[in-house]
Write a protein that binds this ligand. Structure first.
Ligand code: NAD
Length: 271
């Protein structure tokens, strides 16, 4: 199974499918990462606030896959951004992950202090501690603000994205600046099973509903990081590169858009 790569605006590439590990703790993260790498995943998405970076690093080492074969993302947490601790926070993440570089570092949420934090990520990029830098949960306005202030365009914006929430305004801004869009909660946190269209397409294509949704991400050019700690689901979510949804069915999934969030709203959050 060949996972497609997406080219980023700084000349690097990112595997279009990765494993998310939010809320995977107490060894589950290590087992999930090891299993995913054995299945063929080469991209892991963690964050300082997930409190599992040590276990993720352990999982990579236990899998026996060379560090340079794994695309590793982590994120700078809000308190560190607010307190001007981005450089320190990045160093702490590297230490917990037991690696000397990240493939991608993201500012987790657009909190106060984000411009200084972005400058600090630019410095870390120049120093070779991180191969690409980007943002998460940034609106079109936040993105324009960063670019106006520094001239440095984020490589990627990780946002909540799934058939019920496609965020057209942010997606259009990203397209204009050649910023890749990465989907968090691509499986609506598992709450997709009530949608009759997915049941129907699942029967038509002889694929699971999760595979249909993830395949829709791939064909829309979105990077996707479904989370699972269940070995069978980790495998299932990986097997999405050997079938194609036709354009009519892609459009039927597009039409499910209803601006419905399962996570916090970047315009109105309090953490
Ligand atoms: P998700 O949409 O990936 O859903 C995960 C849940 O879906 C699982 O816990 C499981 O219950 C279910 N599931 C997974 N595979 C399935 C399958 N094949 N069949 C049926 N059910 C299945 O939700 P998520 O964890 O919120 O998002 C994915 C990743 O995105 C996270 O782990 C994290 O890495 C990232 N994330 C980032 C942010 C951010 O602010 N940047 C926020 C949330 C999540």
């Amino acid at each position: 199974m060949q996972v497609t790569d997406v080219s980023l605006n700084n000349g690097t590439t990112i595997p279009q499918l990765g494993l998310g590990v939010y809320k995977a703790l107490n060894g589950d993260e290590t087992r999930a990462v090891t299993h995913a790498l054995h299945v063929g995943y080469r991209h892991i998405d963690t964050a300082a606030i997930y409190h599992n970076e040590e276990g993720v690093g352990r999982g990579i080492r236990q899998a026996g896959v060379a560090r340079d074969q794994v695309y590793l993302t982590s994120k700078i947490w809000n308190e560190d951004i607010r307190h001007g601790r981005t450089t320190e926070a990045l160093d702490e993440s590297l230490k917990r992950l037991a690696t000397d570089y990240l493939d991608l570092a993201l500012l987790h949420w657009p909190v106060d202090g984000r411009l200084v934090a972005w400058q600090d990520l630019i410095s870390a990029y120049d120093a070779g501690k991180v191969r690409s830098i980007g943002v998460s949960n940034f609106t079109a306005e936040h993105i324009e603000e960063l670019i106006d202030a520094t001239g440095v365009v984020p490589a990627l914006n990780q946002i909540e994205f799934h058939p019920y929430l496609t965020q057209p305004s942010i997606s259009e801004t990203c397209r204009q600046h050649r910023i890749a869009v990465e989907a968090w909660s691509p499986l609506m946190q598992g709450k997709f099973l009530k949608e009759s269209l997915f049941r129907e397409l699942s029967e038509d294509y002889r694929r699971t509903q999760a595979q249909i949704i993830l395949r829709w991400d791939i064909q829309r050019g979105v990077i996707t990081i479904p989370k699972s700690i269940t070995p069978e689901r980790i495998e299932e979510n990986f097997h999405i590169f050997d079938f194609t949804l036709n354009e009519e069915d892609m459009s039927r999934i597009d039409a499910l858009e209803r601006n419905l969030r399962f996570g916090p709203d970047p315009e109105n959050f309090d953490f």
